[in-house]
Design a protein around this ligand. Structure first.
Ligand code: NAD
Length: 243
């Protein structure tokens, strides 16, 4: 396990699933971790259960709130080394059935929310000329997915945020990467039928769905010094699945 002792980290949407597993992985490596969630009491509860330094309320669609929270975390801890822009939502619908509200919510959470987080992180890291950011893309952002046009398009944008921000921030010592999970068993995918899960597992070379901890381990690698020459990459965490 990489050593993150003395590092200060922020994870958005850290109250459950991949976000919470990432908080636990970073804490286990010695980092001081602040997590955020939409609901304050759930954020506090998750922080206490995972050994995080704090659990704060944050809606990532609110650019001003993201900016001021990131600034205050960096101020309180004297710096910010690691940011994981994990918060995201998914609403499946065939093209003809896509709700306008779902388009707005998905793009404002997944694309704008990630962008606000990366922007605020970059501002906070710029002063020390060092930092590592990871954003959450998806396998469907690369291959597309029937019934997931809005979500898949949003995740393609997220992957590009990592690539573009990496180009812009490299000279400031800030690395930006994305992970692109396949099908991971969390609340986000709990709505999939047993049949759909079995079908996905069967198509996956490793023969099963993924666990949140397996994505968290890859994120921990990317934010650590072990990935010191890795930036602008989209790392698939998908058991070899090709859609
Ligand atoms: P999850 O639904 O269990 O967790 C998502 C988290 O994001 C929750 O804590 C939720 O409260 C938070 N969130 C949602 N909207 C928010 C907002 N506006 N402001 C702040 N927080 C908000 O999902 P998960 O499976 O753990 O997914 C985490 C990330 O990984 C998401 O970006 C998701 O798109 C991505 N992802 C998941 C899978 C998968 O199979 N589970 C695959 C690919 C990518």
């Amino acid at each position: 396990m990489p050593d993150l002792t003395g590092r200060v980290a922020l994870v958005t949407g850290g109250t459950r699933g991949i976000g919470l597993a990432t908080v636990r992985a970073l804490v286990a490596a010695g980092a001081t971790v602040v997590l955020t969630g939409r609901d304050e009491s759930r954020a506090k509860e998750a922080a206490a259960s995972a050994g995080a330094a704090a659990g704060l309320a944050l809606d990532v669609t609110d650019a001003k709130a993201v900016s001021s929270l990131v600034r205050s975390v960096a101020k309180e801890h004297g710096k910010l080394d690691i940011v994981v822009a994990n918060a995201g939502i998914m609403e499946d619908a065939l093209l003809g059935m896509i709700r306008e509200e779902a388009v707005d919510a998905t793009l404002s959470t997944n694309v704008a929310g990630t962008l606000h987080t990366v922007q605020a992180a970059a501002r906070a890291m710029m002063r020390k000329k060092t930092g590592a950011i990871v954003v959450l893309a998806s396998i469907v952002g690369e291959y597309g997915s029937a019934g997931q046009t809005v979500y898949a398009a949003s995740k393609a944008a997220v992957a590009n945020i990592a690539k573009s921000a990496a180009k812009e921030l490299g000279r400031s010592g800030i690395r930006v990467n994305a992970v692109a999970p396949g099908v991971i068993e969390t609340d986000l995918t709990a709505g999939l039928s047993e049949e759909a899960k079995a079908e996905n597992a069967a198509k996956t070379p490793l023969g099963r769905l993924g666990r949140a901890e397996e994505v968290a381990n890859a994120i921990r690698f990317l934010v650590s010094d072990e990935a010191s020459f890795v930036t602008g990459q989209v790392l698939g965490i998908d058991g070899g699945l090709v859609l």
